[in-house]
Design a protein around this ligand. Structure first.
Ligand code: ATP
Ligand code: NI
Length: 354
């Protein structure tokens, strides 16, 4: 069964910062749907706007950034919420109870003088939840991320390893039973084994708690094992979106293809992906035409003058390239086929279950 019932609908989203040298637009006119119960991966090089886009799903862009456009959240009963119009107090509730986010680098966000137990209790109290029942749920969540509740709840953050902290944070973010969990680089600071076990664990949590997941990362190999669909960002917008399988085998934007080509082995994680040549896009001085044209081998006069909209490659697959049907020929992917996983999601279940 395909997942096409939207939980979040983003339309014409801009995220802007007022800077001394002018207005910085770090998300530009983005449209995206997140489908209920899917795992949506967002990938793109550092600074491309991944965190800004995903933070807008819960109107949580860092100050003084401003999100404009439409972000609509649909609760389980289909009731729409206009997320960018919520008041501060409505947002406090919304951000834990409907959409939760584990922010980039958040492992350091545990208060060092409070036990992990206090973080759970305070979250429950702040949201007027029954603390007894809530702490019971906290224990179940900690167990489902393979942590010993008694030990963890009694610990301070500095007594835990990076992997344990990250898992405790994921459990904390789920304690008020959100429908959607956004994870921004949740595995970045972890070793390979822990990265893989977090992925396995997220798949289990998703089944167990009926979650929708948005997963942001630089790590394309990791994403291909976890995501149902992948959105590729370049220069502050989404330039391709498709099922993981289509991204792997039928990438139709020259940037996505270059990305796949510079990922030498899809079974090995990459540290950074700033490997594509050319200067970085500037969020203040937007160049005319397609933002990728200075780096693109296919660029012609139309690409230099006109910004390509998202164009349908096929049902459920869009690419912001005028020449998406010629991209495969123009940008071949030289990585050996045997390094590319046969099927994306299901191939992951036989490994990394530690
Ligand atoms: N606090 C800020 N004020 C102004 N501009 C910012 C701020 N934080 C980030 N930016 C700009 O917003 C752009 C998008 O940032 P964002 O954090 O979304 O990138 P990202 O894709 O998540 O990168 P990374 O992979 O490094 O986390 C950056 O290129 C940067 O220029
Ligand atoms: Ni980021």
């Amino acid at each position: 069964m395909s997942k096409t019932d939207p939980i979040v609908e983003v339309r014409d989203l801009d995220v802007t910062f007022q800077m001394n040298r002018g207005q910085s637009r770090v998300v530009r006119d983005a449209d995206i749907d997140v489908f209920r119960n899917e795992t949506l991966g967002i990938i793109g090089e550092s600074g491309s706007g991944k965190s800004m886009l995903a933070s807008s799903f819960l109107n949580a862009v860092v100050e003084p950034g401003v999100s404009t456009g439409d972000v609509t959240y649909y609760s389980h009963d289909g009731e729409p919420t206009n997320v960018l119009e919520l008041s501060e107090s409505e947002l406090d509730r919304f951000r834990w109870e409907e959409v939760a986010m584990v922010f980039q680098g958040a492992m350091s966000s545990f208060n060092p003088v409070l036990k992990i137990r206090t973080h759970f209790r305070e979250t429950l109290q702040d949201h007027n939840r029954d603390v007894g029942a809530g702490m019971q749920r906290a224990r179940e969540l900690l167990e489902s991320v393979y942590l010993d509740p008694d030990r963890i709840l009694d610990s301070y953050a500095h007594e835990l390893s990076g992997g344990m902290k990250q898992r405790a944070l994921i459990a904390l973010s789920l304690v008020l039973e959100p429908e959607l969990l956004v994870l921004d680089e949740p595995t970045a600071a972890l070793d390979l084994l822990m990265q893989r076990s977090i992925v396995t664990l997220l798949e289990q949590l998703q089944d167990e708690y009926d979650l929708t997941l948005v997963f942001i990362t630089h790590d394309l190999p990791l994403l291909t094992k976890l995501a149902d669909r992948i959105a590729v960002m370049y220069a502050f917008n989404i330039i391709e979106i498709a099922t993981t399988e289509d991204i792997l085998y039928d990438a139709s934007h020259p940037y996505t293809r270059a990305l796949l080509d510079t990922t030498p082995d899809l079974n090995v994680p990459v540290e950074e992906m700033n490997i594509i040549e050319g200067s970085k896009p500037d969020p203040v001085d937007q160049i005319p035409g397609c933002s990728y044209h200075p780096r693109c081998p296919m660029a012609d006069s139309q690409c230099r003058a006109e910004e390509p909209p998202m164009l349908a490659v096929r049902d459920g697959h869009e690419s912001a390239c005028f020449y998406h049907d010629q991209a495969a020929e123009a940008v071949p992917i030289s990585a050996a086929p045997d390094t590319r996983p046969a099927t994306s999601k299901n191939a992951a279940t036989d490994g990394g279950d530690n």
